[in-house]
Write a protein that binds this ligand. Structure first.
Ligand code: FEO
Length: 402
């Protein structure tokens, strides 16, 4: 349902209630998502972002409720990923003369995604804008701020001067399908679960840039009544709360807790994981334990992001860890979490390489080892489990000292 969020500014996006995976199958979205697009209607009319291609018809119907698409003057494409630009071709067929406003990097990425009938990049009427450039619509102005790596090199924010709205594209978003459009109308716990999961899985590698960009935008001293991301709800009530949260997340100061993740074949490595957990409990450090064969990888990544310690366990099969561990180890390498400590463990029958290989993965992810890993041959004995408990205690001690 089209919603007027401020005088002459409309949400014309779509709610994707059924979405359970995003970026192909790379990211789980248990609560669906939204693709937020906005119209600023003044003497001139601008559309800011579109929606994912499969929802083009619904998007165009929404637009028609408030504007004749042939009268649109500007189409701002803040970012090329197709969850935001996917309906550009459908829209541009209706307003072929409208200027397509893009960042300097967007001038490459947007046409790179869309080709004309002869198979070459679309040649829409592109207008390239840099940070600080503005377009007057009448009472309102669109002011552009390049935001590279939030989330792609082409990403850009659009500030609606005169209405005090920051249209922040991916930044400050959540994969969260809701019937209501504003943060004060939804469950706060759910909202923050999704916001932090989004940050941990998508934005963590760019944390230094997040801090710099926030400082840069705050220094402009623009009045901000709402922050309107391209996914999830609009931050209307205390809008800067999500900026403060991003500053905290970008600093990556972890909580004093641990994540133990493992997989197991005949329960030996599970028993080791639980014994490590007992070591944490005795040391007063809470932990969460995940079997990666049955846990959602992105949920676990969020937990690791918030925790100070990560322990990874696997038996050895074919001279290495079980394959179920590899995706999350690859995530940890790519996400480059800071301020963590790690350790490895696992049972084995013959050669026993998995612990050493997991340690190599942790080091490659920038996670120093708090203590040597623990290996147990066959089923762990009482002595082996005591070593595991001691490993939990040793990691807890390292956490307290950090
Ligand atoms: Fe929501 Fe980077 O796309």
């Amino acid at each position: 349902m089209v919603t007027e969020i401020a005088k002459g500014v409309y949400w014309v996006g779509v709610v994707d209630w059924g979405l359970r995976h995003f970026h192909g199958f790379e990211l789980s979205t248990h609560r669906g998502s939204t693709y937020n697009a906005y119209v600023v209607k003044d003497k001139k009319t601008a559309v800011v972002d579109t929606v994912w291609g499969p929802f083009s018809d619904q998007f165009i119907e929404n637009l028609r409720e408030i504007v004749d698409p042939s009268t649109i003057d500007y189409v701002v494409a803040n970012h090329a990923e197709t969850d935001h630009s996917g309906s550009l071709p459908a829209l541009m067929r209706l307003c072929p003369k409208a200027a397509v406003v893009v960042s300097p990097r967007g001038k490459d990425s947007i046409p790179g995604h869309y080709h004309d009938a002869s198979g070459v990049h679309q040649q829409w009427n592109f207008k390239v804008v840099k940070t600080g450039e503005a377009i007057s619509l009448g009472e309102t102005q669109l002011v552009f701020v390049e935001a590279p790596m939030l989330h792609w090199p082409d990403s850009m924010f659009t500030y609606v001067a005169g209405r005090n709205l920051l249209l922040s594209n991916d930044a400050f978003g959540q994969h969260y399908a809701t019937s209501m459009r504003f943060n004060d109308q939804v469950d706060r716990t759910e909202l923050y679960e999704e916001a932090v999961k989004y940050y941990a899985n998508i934005l963590t590698p760019f944390s230094d840039l997040v801090l710099k960009k926030i400082d840069e935008v705050l220094a402009l001293k623009l009045p901000v009544d709402m922050i309107c991301p391209s996914h999830g709800v609009i931050w209307r009530s205390d809008p800067l709360q999500i900026v403060t949260a991003y500053q905290e997340w970008a600093r990556q100061v972890p909580q004093k807790r641990a994540v133990i993740m493992y997989d197991t074949m005949w329960e030996g490595t599970r028993k080791m994981a639980e014994a490590i957990g007992a070591g944490f409990t005795k040391a007063g450090i809470p932990f969460k334990l995940f079997n990666m064969a049955t846990s959602d990888r992105n949920d676990v990544v969020k937990e690791v992001f918030q925790a100070q310690a990560v322990l990874v366990g696997s038996p050895t099969v074919n001279r290495g860890p079980l394959a179920t561990l590899m995706p999350v180890l690859e995530d940890l390498r790519g996400l480059r979490f800071k301020n963590k400590v790690g350790a490895a463990f696992g049972s084995y029958g013959w050669s026993g390489e998995s612990v050493g290989l997991i340690e190599e993965h942790l080091k490659a992810a920038g996670i120093p080892l708090a203590a040597p890993g623990v290996k147990a041959m066959w089923q762990p004995t009482g002595a082996d489990l005591a070593k595991c408990e001691a490993l939990g205690a040793a990691v807890a001690e390292a956490m307290k000292k950090a």
